[in-house]
Design a protein around this ligand. Structure first.
Ligand code: GDP
Ligand code: IMO
Ligand code: MG
Length: 426
């Protein structure tokens, strides 16, 4: 078998959690491959709304095992909190969760460093979630990091102290709070929780699963435009959020990747700083925020909102090798007379359909095509063939502009509010 990948094509929060939950019954394993608790993946079913940060979004199904891959960075405090909340809901997390011994640990001082680094940037801050993601990946690539496997080592505490001493030097340089002692009790409790979970070499496990015919869905976090290499650098996260990240974040070879499910909102949102060519800083933007309840799942910050951006979408489709598209939040557009779609950019006055390298500094003017809206409430629609004509036209427009079929349309946050357009998903 080949591993399928599901990932966000915009700036995150596309609705990955919801769709992974919907698709989980079709897979034996759901595996997170990058990011950490900067993610907030929301699931809604049976009147329950739940936000996951580190744990894969298949955890509510007892038929499927969830894997936290080597590419993920783990904050033991947040992981413990997530586990405790799930156990309270009756979920047998210990049975359903496996953790890579190669995954890196977020230390309390990583979060302090994140805060100090953002404060030092002033007006140029990234708008980080301040969960310590950047500093932890820096220690990983700097070859200083602590990994889940290290907690088995008798000198784990010494390794921890050595890294903390280094961090305190850096924090002093930033003139920041250097003392993590108030945070350490909870952190070491989290380490005990991780000790109670099954820690394995997930790269062997996943490859053996695929060889023996088991199905795997790799779950991305963030979105392609936040990718460390191809996103709107420096306003990005610190990992590869793209399909290639599933290879390095799980140890799956490129030739063992199957379908790539690219998920996007019917419009665009972004939380944090950085360029956003189709951003609407007007009533329509506020309307999208209100109707779409566009407030961050991790930080509660209001999300910036704007029209769908086809050059950005095509760029994300290209770098990920997307085989099918999943369109979210179609219901939020109901009631708009006209829906605008950006089909090209004018970059410093020159029209292009490419996503520019210098998107953070160039003068970018979106070129729009206007499409008719629809008035119908979509939240009760249960079959794709019952979608209003104007929505079908909107989808056809996107399929033509991208050359990729839209196989799923989401019309509300609940599991059941999901319209399948492809026989493969029925
Ligand atoms: P993720 O990070 O990609 O998993 O997405 P988030 O959970 O951060 O944000 C998506 C938000 O949209 C959540 O609050 C979901 O409950 C909600 N949502 C998902 N799909 C739909 C949809 O089709 N319509 C509406 N109105 N809300 C949705
Ligand atoms: P999910 O998985 C939306 C954004 C932050 C900031 C930038 C860097 O829920 O889609 P970081 O904390 O990584 O240093 O922040 O990336 N960001 C997200 N935006 N959804 C996310 O995750 C995000 N994770 C990080 O707002 O702009
Ligand atoms: Mg989110």
């Amino acid at each position: 078998m080949k591993a399928d990948v599901l990932l966000g094509l915009q700036w995150g929060d596309e609705g990955k959690g919801k769709i992974v939950d919907v698709l989980t019954p079709k897979y034996d394993y759901i595996a997170r491959f990058q990011g950490g608790p900067n993610a907030g993946h929301t699931l809604e079913f049976n009147g329950i709304k739940h936000v996951l940060h580190t744990i894969p979004s298949g955890i509510f199904h007892d038929t499927t095992t969830n894997i936290i891959g080597n590419g993920v960075v783990i904050d033991p405090v947040i992981l413990k909190r997530e586990i405790d909340a799930l156990v309270k809901m009756g979920v047998d997390v210990k049975k359903r969760l496996l953790i890579s011994r190669r995954a890196h640990l977020i230390l309390p001082t990583h979060s302090l460093l994140d805060k100090a680094s953002e404060a030092a940037k002033g007006k140029e801050k990234i708008g980080s979630t301040l969960k310590g993601i950047g500093p932890t990946y820096m220690d990983k690539t700097g070859r200083n990091g602590l990994r889940v496997g290290d907690i088995e080592s008798p000198d784990f505490k010494e390794k921890y102290n050595k890294l903390v001493a280094k961090h305190r030097e850096l924090l002093r340089f930033h003139d920041a709070d250097t003392d993590p002692s108030a945070l350490e009790g909870a952190w070491f409790e989290g380490i005990e929780t991780i000790k109670s979970l099954t820690r394995i070499d997930t790269e062997h496990f996943v490859n053996e699963a695929l060889s023996s015919g088991k199905s795997v869905l790799a779950e991305g976090a963030q979105g392609s435009l936040l990718d460390i290499d191809f996103g709107t650098y420096p306003f990005v996260t610190s990992s590869n959020t793209m399909t290639a990240g599933a290879c390095t974040g799980l140890g799956v070879a490129p030739r063992h990747i199957g379908n790539v499910l690219g998920i996007f909102k019917a419009y665009c949102t972004r939380v944090g700083s950085g360029p956003f060519p189709t951003e609407l800083e007007d009533e329509t933007g506020q309307r999208l925020r209100d109707v779409g309840r566009e407030y961050g799942s991790t930080t509660g910050r209001p999300r910036r909102c704007g029209w769908l951006d086809i050059p950005a979408l095509n760029y994300a489709i290209m770098i990920n090798g997307v085989t099918e598209l999943i369109m979210m939040k179609a219901d939020v557009l109901s009631g708009l007379d006209t829906i605008r779609v950006c089909t090209a950019y004018k970059v410093n006055g020159v029209e292009t359909k490419n996503f520019p390298y210098d998107i953070c500094t160039a003068e970018i003017e979106p070129v729009y095509t206007d499409l008719p809206g629809w008035t119908e409430d979509l939240t009760g629609v249960t079959h794709a063939e019952d979608m209003p004509g104007a929505l079908m036209e909107y989808i056809s427009f996107i399929e033509k502009a991208t050359g990729v079929p839209v196989s799923v349309v989401s019309v509300g946050p609940d599991r059941t509010q999901t319209l399948l357009r492809s026989a493969a998903w029925a």
